[in-house]
Ligand binder design. Structure first.
Ligand code: FA5
Length: 338
């Protein structure tokens, strides 16, 4: 029995000292000190041996048990320390390394120009109103003095959603919505998306307009021209050549369009400006008395002007962009330049 105990001691100490990790150490503990181990079996059989031998063998077994337990405890500390240093080594951070960096987003050029235009009018005392993208024929046409079957409806290649329901072709319906709800005096801008069956280098099927209108007593065409001139000065600077040109809209009389010198040919005439040397950016005019009557205003008592500008066109002129599609392709190489 004594030999067996000494053999277990030698083998056990050997297994403990050669354990490479905590799992191997636990296996050694189970094998040499566990409940089902040979060693525990020997302890249990102590009662069966010669009573004279018993104290000696018992003391030996206790001595070996203590040795094995101490060795286990010591080895466990060593392994824990080495596993911890390994982990620290693996997770080491070099604080002098450059960080990953957060890529900054930026606003789309159309959003930037729209914000700039809004800021100019907010500075002139205008307030912002909004209307729905999906409109009824009444607000998009009838209320704006464009009755059904009137040829001027062809000025806007309309996309219909259902009978009587369409994607608004301009932001002018917001004029009607606001005037029906509120009384003059009013100075309103209405930014938003509009839709048309239209597509070439300067026309997109979806684009952005900024509508503006001012209604009060004794508003004149001079006020319209002064306001738009100030807007153009702030948006393009003093040097850009602009012109007011007589035009027609069913909801304004008289009407005018504003052109800005083509940035591609500097006014000489090119493919982009269709040889004219100018790009049209907005339509405007004095609000037609029929529009005032339709919203319940007395055209004898109030007058006003309105305008609707194309934000993509302004951005093209400001940044020298020769194709409107670039704004909608979401190519980062293009967008990152703004
Ligand atoms: C209108 O839409 C009128 N509602 C403007 C208006 C408002 C006149 C208030 C009088 C009083 P027009 O269809 O011309 O007008 O469009 C206005 C501007 O939108 C144009 O000058 C142009 O800059 C821009 N625009 C028109 N069609 C497109 C298009 N398909 N893509 C990009 N911009 C466009």
């Amino acid at each position: 029995m004594e030999d067996k105990v000494r053999q277990i001691e030698t083998e056990g100490l050997q297994a403990i000292s050669s354990a490479q990790n905590l799992a191997a150490l636990e296996n050694a503990r189970i094998k040499y000190l566990g409940k089902k181990s040979e060693f525990t079996g020997l302890l249990r059989s102590l009662g069966t041996i010669d009573p004279e031998e018993r104290p000696k063998v018992g003391a030996l077994i206790n001595e070996v048990k203590t040795k094995l337990e101490q060795s286990l405890c010591h080895k466990k500390i060593v392994l824990l320390q080495s596993e911890q240093s390994k982990k620290i080594e693996e997770e080491k951070i070099d604080v002098s390394f450059p960080g990953k960096g957060i890529k900054r987003g930026r606003m789309h050029p159309i959003t930037q120009v729209m914000n700039e235009a809004k800021d100019i009018f907010l500075g002139l005392g205008y307030e912002i109103a909004e209307g729905p993208d999906i409109e009824t024929e009444y607000y998009n046409f009838d209320g704006l003095n464009i009755p059904p079957d009137h040829p001027s409806r062809d000025m806007w290649s309309t996309l219909f959603v259902a009978d009587d329901v369409l994607l608004r072709t301009h932001t002018s319906p917001v004029q009607i919505r606001v005037m029906k709800k509120r009384k003059a005096p009013l100075a309103i801008i209405a930014p938003g998306r509009v839709y048309r069956r239209d597509s070439d280098a300067t026309h997109s099927p979806v684009f952005h307009q900024l509508e503006g209108f001012l209604v009060d007593k004794k508003v004149t065409f001079g006020d319209l021209k002064g306001t738009l001139t100030e807007f153009l000065r702030q948006m393009f600077g003093e040097d850009k050549k602009v012109r007011f040109r007589p035009s027609f809209f069913p909801f304004t009389e008289p009407s005018a369009e504003v052109d800005v010198e083509c940035m591609m040919c500097k006014g000489k005439g090119c493919r982009l400006c269709k040889g004219t040397g100018w790009l049209e950016i907005l339509g405007s005019g004095m609000i037609d008395p029929n529009v005032f009557t339709a919203v319940g205003y007395d055209p004898e008592k109030v007058s006003g002007f309105a305008f609707g500008m194309g934000i993509e066109r302004i951005a093209m002129l400001k940044y020298g962009i020769d194709n409107i599609r670039l704004f909608f392709e979401n190519d980062l190489r293009f967008l990152e330049q703004f």
